[in-house]
Design a protein around this ligand. Structure first.
Ligand SMILES: *[C@@H]1O[C@H](CO)[C@@H](O)[C@H](O)[C@H]1NC(C)=O
Ligand SMILES: *[C@@H]1O[C@H](CO)[C@@H](O)[C@H](O)[C@H]1NC(C)=O
Ligand SMILES: *[C@@H]1O[C@H](CO)[C@@H](O)[C@H](O)[C@H]1NC(C)=O
Ligand SMILES: *[C@@H]1O[C@H](CO)[C@@H](O)[C@H](O)[C@H]1NC(C)=O
Ligand SMILES: *[C@@H]1O[C@H](CO)[C@@H](O)[C@H](O)[C@H]1NC(C)=O
Ligand SMILES: *[C@@H]1O[C@H](CO)[C@@H](O)[C@H](O)[C@H]1NC(C)=O
Ligand SMILES: *[C@@H]1O[C@H](CO)[C@@H](O)[C@H](O)[C@H]1NC(C)=O
Ligand SMILES: *[C@@H]1O[C@H](CO)[C@@H](O)[C@H](O)[C@H]1NC(C)=O
Length: 667
């Protein structure tokens, strides 16, 4: 099939080459004098006008084009002709709009904003050699080598996810739940978060994905499911335009209270920064949330831009978010690269794509798409251009990422947000602004991570533990051996607890030391007629039949391979001196640990060691002289000192989520 198609394509291509002339014209003016700077070049902008990002970006892009066109020094007479194309928040319409824009002979496009459209349209611009300067598509996988003409003029979510992982490590959590919109932006971001957490030995215990058009009912049932999980640390990575709905549902489900942790990616500050008056009800929903925001340095340029914002024409929002700054800088980046491109003899010419001409695409208008001949050269200029813009230093590293990625860490509280510190790829979490950090040597060591104190959901300053007991508070099932002999150690209790003994007392005391409640039930192991098999008990714990076991279980090599033991807390001496008063236990029980052959061997060794000591000592040591009775007492005393070496013990297992107590005596 594939081979057949390929052959057909080759034939059609050959035929078309015979009759389709290669058309080469200048975009403006004279095709015969291409080396002169053109009077006008067409550029495009591609984003959803009616979105939190688009409402900020549109006035900024228009302002940048005005600034450049009124400054004759930058493009030396050439004017930018901007075409705005609305991608309208839809994958299909957006792609069609993007294709239409490409049909207008643009030499570069600012956008797209959506990662999904960026994936599709990147294939188109690869063919047409038109660079995309995206200020909004943060999906990390767009950096792939597959998309050479995609240039991201904002920070990739790759870095944001490492920032989230650093936060999780800083607060000492081990498991998180990721709540994300299941599109390219959400899914690929969360996949990087998984990698980043793995490096910190933490993990995403549950991925809660919802479709881009999810209804409130869908989100409701998703959050109910999330609430049943152990983890109470939620990372929420969604679109600015729908994210607040999730918080309002979470609030209704009681998930914005004490004990919960919410970490929002930069979508939340984007919403808050671009709304003029934030409804107090909205702020009430997100109290205690931690959020990341793109860090842009507080330069003079930025201050004067902020002052100008009020007078910008065509603005629909009195405030702007960081995407306004990135889109403004994108246009300037393009202008500077274009200037270098013309200086270097670049020309603006287009040629028809022979591959489109023969596909009979006239109905779709595809033959309007033409190849920008010197696109590779312009792309090269874009990647190597560097300057200081509103967002700070604009320069790309070898992987086409903006250098020096940085985020602000915010804590939402009251009617605004408080700055907790900054995250930089350079030094991790710090309360020192990145601009100062860059002047010092990089230090990402764990001891160098600092943030100001957080006010968590529920208005508490106590750091949430980050997890609750599994199964929503179902008690731990703890196996206890139903001992027949040595019942003092552990056995059945007729009282409500169900078990009693020294091991139970130690366990209860340990549980009481914990700063939180640990509900647990004792399950008797054994039939009460014989002591149970401790090896089977340990095996059943390992098989998750029980969450833990408490008792006098000997630590053996074989058992440590399948369960974890606590430190031994009981000396075997205790077992030996236990009063043997019960009818069931025999007065000869102390002989049980060894077979009669072993006892015999022990006796023989006892006499042998005694004889050796006597032979060595009786010549010079006067303790070994005198009557044979006196000598015998000395020998027995010495040898019994030497043979006291047994140490049985008990064992508690502490995992981040539960306790497990397993005992140990030679049984
Ligand atoms: C464009 O080329 C035509 C001839 O093809 C010439 O007459 C005209 O002067 C040229 N115009 C410019 C602006 O170079
Ligand atoms: C600017 O672009 C639009 C749309 O592509 C086009 O219709 C218009 O003629 C262009 N203006 C100039 C001066 O080239
Ligand atoms: C964009 O979507 C809105 C509503 O979803 C619709 O009214 C409008 O006509 C659309 N615009 C375009 C250009 O498709
Ligand atoms: C394109 O398709 C139309 C209708 O399908 C057909 O009439 C026309 O001949 C085709 N043109 C070429 C160049 O194949
Ligand atoms: C920045 O660009 C200038 C030319 O515009 C170049 O000379 C300089 O080396 C560049 N700096 C870096 C660090 O690439
Ligand atoms: C981020 O940090 C890593 C490790 O320190 C370094 O290898 C990488 O180049 C940095 N990236 C940027 C964009 O600074
Ligand atoms: C990093 O910072 C920590 C704590 O401030 C300090 O102990 C350590 O020496 C620093 N490491 C380097 C390489 O500067
Ligand atoms: C150790 O455990 C393995 C399997 O768990 C079992 O086959 C083996 O017999 C055990 N050895 C002893 C000495 O209990």
């Amino acid at each position: 099939m594939e081979g057949h198609m390929h052959m057909m394509r080759t034939i059609v291509f050959m035929i078309s080459c015979l009759w389709v002339p290669m058309e080469v014209i200048g975009i403006t003016g004279n095709a015969t004098a291409p080396s002169a700077r053109p009077r006008v070049v067409n550029i495009g902008a591609l984003f959803t006008l009616n979105s939190a990002i688009g409402r900020s970006a549109k006035p900024a892009i228009l302002a940048a084009v005005d600034d450049i066109n009124s400054d004759s020094s930058i493009l030396k007479g050439t004017k930018l002709n901007l075409t705005l194309q609305d991608t309208n928040c839809s994958g299909f319409l957006g792609t069609v709009e993007a294709m239409q824009l490409m049909g207008k002979d643009v030499i570069a496009a600012i956008g797209p904003q959506s990662s999904g459209i960026a994936h599709v349209i990147s294939h188109v611009v690869n063919e047409l050699h038109v660079p995309l300067l995206s200020f909004g598509a943060t999906d990390p996988t767009l950096s792939a080598l597959q998309y050479p003409y995609f240039l991201r003029t904002t920070t990739s979510d790759y870095f944001q996810m490492y920032a989230v992982a650093d936060l999780v490590e800083y607060f000492g959590w081990r498991e998180i739940v990721a709540i994300f919109v299941d599109d390219d932006y959400g899914r690929n971001g969360i996949s990087i978060l998984g990698d980043a957490l793995a490096k910190k030995r933490a993990k995403i215990s549950y991925k809660a994905a919802f479709t881009p058009g999810a209804t409130n009912n869908d989100i409701d049932s998703l959050l109910v499911g999330v609430n049943l999980k152990e983890s109470r640390v939620f990372v929420i990575h969604v679109n600015p335009d729908s994210g607040l709905t999730i918080f309002s549902i979470a609030k209704r489900l009681g998930m914005m209270g004490n004990g919960y942790v919410w970490i929002a990616t930069d979508w939340l500050p984007s919403v808050l920064d671009s709304s003029d008056t934030i409804n107090p009800d909205t702020m009430d929903l997100i109290q205690g949330v931690i959020a990341l925001r793109h860090h842009t340095s507080d330069s003079k340029l930025k201050k004067s831009f902020t002052a100008r914002w009020r007078n910008l024409k065509d603005k629909e929002t009195p405030k702007f978010n960081s995407y306004a700054l990135y889109s403004y800088d994108s246009v300037w980046l393009l202008a500077r690269a274009l200037d270098a491109f013309f200086d270097d003899g670049g020309t603006v010419t287009f040629s028809d794509d022979p591959r489109l001409q023969n596909s009979n695409g006239t109905l779709l208008g595809l033959n309007a798409l033409r190849i920008f001949d010197q696109g590779p050269k312009l792309l090269q200029k874009l990647i190597t251009t560097n300057f200081t813009g509103l967002t700070g230093k604009i320069q790309f590293d070898s992987e086409k990422n903006l250098i020096l990625p940085a985020y602000d860490v915010l804590n939402i509280g009251g009617t605004s947000s408080r700055l907790l510190g900054y995250w930089t790829n350079y030094s991790g979490l710090s309360t020192v602004p990145p601009e100062i950090l860059y002047t010092k040597p990089s230090n990402t060591s764990t001891s160098n991570q600092h943030l100001y104190d957080v006010i968590w959901p529920g208005e508490t300053v106590t750091k949430p533990r980050g997890w609750v007991f599994p199964n929503n508070g179902k008690p731990l099932q703890i196996a206890v051996p139903y001992r027949v002999t040595f019942a003092e150690v552990v056995t059945k209790d007729k009282g409500p607890g169900g078990a009693k003994g020294y091991c139970i007392d130690v366990f209860e005391a340990a549980i009481r030391l914990l700063p939180y409640a640990v509900p647990h039930d004792y399950i008797l192991y054994g039939d009460g007629r014989r002591n149970p098999s401790f090896s089977n008990l340990v095996y059943d714990v390992a098989q998750n039949k029980y969450d833990a076991a408490v008792g006098d279980i000997t630590i053996t090599t074989n058992r440590t391979r399948i369960v974890d033991f606590t430190q031994p807390f009981m000396e075997s001496g205790l077992v030996v001196v236990a009063p043997v008063r019960e009818i069931k236990s025999s007065p000869w029980a102390f002989l049980k640990p060894f077979t009669w052959q072993m006892w015999g061997l022990t006796g023989v060794f006892f006499l042998f060691v005694g004889a050796v000591v006597w032979i060595l000592e009786h010549r010079m040591n006067h303790e070994f002289r005198g009557s044979p009775r006196q000598q015998l007492i000395t020998i027995f005393w010495l040898v019994s000192l030497l043979s006291n070496y047994q140490t049985p013990s008990i064992c508690i297992y502490n995992s981040p989520l539960y306790w497990e107590i397993v005992p140990c005596v030679p049984y």
